[in-house]
Ligand binder design. Structure first.
Ligand code: CA2
Length: 157
């Protein structure tokens, strides 16, 4: 596929994920966010997708980026990190975006503290991948590619 025709996927990473590979490797592994971005770029190319990979520690940035995606992207992969469990603002932005959304977590929040068992993001996500470490990012790309393709087929018929 010509890169200008390729669906564009926003991959958003929330607070503290810039520290991946630096702290808590027993939970989050040894890869840095830069390593993960490189792996995502490779998988995206295989899938015929373009990616826009971002990280912020600020809730408002994430809301702004989701609003931007509504107009210019074809799908969203979101690891909202701690905001997963707190942010109605991110949930509202996702609902307005009306795009395919995959919620992503490297750890399995359901094996962790009770406050991680609630996800506002899940209320707007088509699917969720968790507990598979950085491999989850590649699985999320596979999943969003399929959702975007299904949506395209639906809009053509
Ligand atoms: O498992 C995930 O991907 C999480 O979204 C990660 C969040 C956590 O609040 C969610 O419950 C599950 C935390 C991200 C913090 O990232 C760090 C990375 C390296 C060292 C310390 C924190």
């Amino acid at each position: 596929m010509d890169s200008s025709d390729a669906p564009l996927v926003q991959i958003i990473n929330g607070p503290n994920l810039n520290l991946l590979g630096v702290r808590e490797p027993e939970i989050y592994g040894t890869e840095t966010l830069g390593d993960i971005e490189t792996a995502c770029a490779e998988r995206a190319e295989q899938l015929g997708l373009d990616i826009d990979f971002r990280q912020s520690n600020l809730e408002g940035d994430i809301v702004d980026w989701i609003q931007e995606a509504r107009l210019s992207h074809d799908g969203i992969i979101l690891n909202a990190a701690a905001y997963t469990h707190t942010s109605v603002a991110i949930l509202d932005a996702l609902k307005v975006a009306e795009l395919p959304v995959i919620e992503l977590h490297m750890s399995n929040p359901h094996r962790r503290e009770a406050f991680r068992h609630t996800s506002y993001v899940s209320l707007a996500a088509d699917g969720m991948i968790c507990g598979l470490g950085s491999h989850g990012y590649l699985l999320a790309l596979d999943a969003i590619a399929r959702l975007i393709e299904l949506r395209r087929q639906g809009s053509e018929s």
